[in-house]
Write a protein that binds this ligand. Structure first.
Ligand SMILES: Nc1ncnc2c1ncn2[C@@H]1O[C@H](COP(=O)(O)OP(=O)(O)OP(=O)(O)O)[C@@H](O)[C@H]1O
Ligand SMILES: [Mg+2]
Length: 237
């Protein structure tokens, strides 16, 4: 889909004038210096930029894991910046899936059980079947009972992706989703992202250094030193 096709759709998540300062023992680092950003349902946005430019910080703010120092976060048009921790956790669980760089799988659980973890408190009888279905989709239908130490790095990554989708998020946030994968496995993941954005209208936002990801993305934004650098800057217009 062309970027312009999204213009009429209400954003699912939005940042307005977001700044994030870290104070580490007197030294202040401003990781985000005024970010305006929207993502719409069914859109795949890639975030690129040098190490330390603020990509993970931005993802954490988008995921309601970290509050901005200044500015506003809107989820489905609602200002969620000042919600209590409890409300924030609820909103996060309802709407947002994460794929972290370190997969954080639980070593004593099987692949299927790991995927079911986010549903454990829901008493949802369909969760188990959904977990199996998701694992099959990412090519792990024959690894359902394996534990993390019996899986390769790429397979663990795919379990983490299946887990991120088990609560049917409206937004999927991924930090280097293909970082540890060979090209072919990376492609499997990117095709799964494409499927969920097209079929389920999920907004997929992925931090990446991988040019393969940007080929699948509807648009790519560049973060440089805590600011989004627009293409106009690149071309001097
Ligand atoms: N918890 C923290 N406390 C203090 N400074 C932090 C913290 N987290 C990040 N920073 C600083 O904020 C800046 C942005 O960090 P961030 O992790 O967002 O970068 P990044 O773009 O994700 O980099 P990379 O590509 O290396 O993962 C860096 O200068 C970093 O040192
Ligand atoms: Mg990072």
């Amino acid at each position: 889909m062309d970027t312009d096709d999204f213009a009429d759709v209400d954003p699912v998540i939005e940042l307005r004038g977001v700044r994030k300062r870290y104070d580490t023992g007197g030294e202040i680092v401003e990781a985000l210096k005024g970010i305006d950003f929207v993502a719409r349902p069914g859109e795949f946005v890639a975030i690129m930029g040098p190490s330390g430019s603020g990509k993970s910080t931005m993802l954490n703010v988008l995921g309601l894991l970290d509050a901005p120092t200044e500015g506003v976060v809107l989820l489905n048009g609602r200002d969620v910046t000042d919600l209590s921790d409890e409300e924030m956790t609820l909103e996060r669980k309802r709407s947002i899936g994460f794929v972290f760089q370190n997969f954080y799988l639980i070593p004593t659980l099987t692949a299927t059980e790991n995927v079911e973890v986010p549903t454990l408190f829901d008493d949802d009888p369909t969760a188990h079947d959904r977990a199996i279905d998701l694992l099959s989709r990412v090519g792990l239908g024959d690894r359902l009972e394996h534990r993390p130490n019996q899986l390769s790095g790429g397979q663990k990554q795919r379990v983490a992706i299946a887990r991120s989708l088990v609560n049917r998020p409206r937004i999927l946030l991924a930090d280097e989703p293909t970082g540890n994968l060979d090209r072919e496995t990376g492609r499997t993941i990117l095709e799964e992202f494409t499927r969920i954005k097209e079929e389920d209208d999920v907004a997929v936002i992925a931090v990446t250094h991988d040019s393969q990801v940007t080929k699948y993305a509807d648009r790519t934004i560049n973060l440089v030193d805590g600011l989004i650098r627009t293409e106009e800057d690149d071309y001097g217009t």
